[in-house]
Design a protein around this ligand. Sequence first.
Ligand SMILES: [Mg+2]
Length: 133
Amino acid sequence: MNRPLLFLDVDGPLNPYAAKPERRPDGYTTLRVPRNDAHEDDRGPSSRRRPLRVWLNPEHGRTLLQLGFELYWATTWMDDANRWIAPVLGLPEFPFVDFGDVLLQERRDGVHWKTGPLVDYAGGRPFAWVDDE
Ligand SMILES: [Mg+2]
């Protein structure tokens, strides 16, 4: 079966990181992830930083699996999404888009930096892209 691809971001679509910190939305669980150098808001050596707080709704995994897409992580978490996010959502391991040298690199033409790698990765197959940017 030739299903369309779903490129899925983590922070924003799954983790409501911009929500008020004292108000975890109903149905969400809290995950604390040791920081690494790929996290966008990092400052200072990782050993001195507090773990990253992530809110996830385990129901979202079930919903994602029912959509009829082939799922791919399209997130700065890259393979860490399989390690930290997927187990909480009850998801199997998915391929992730490796953004390599263009990770977080703004383009002069205003097109989002993930666009090129995602189009290349899809290789002409139909896809949807869910992202908060
Ligand atoms: Mg995001």
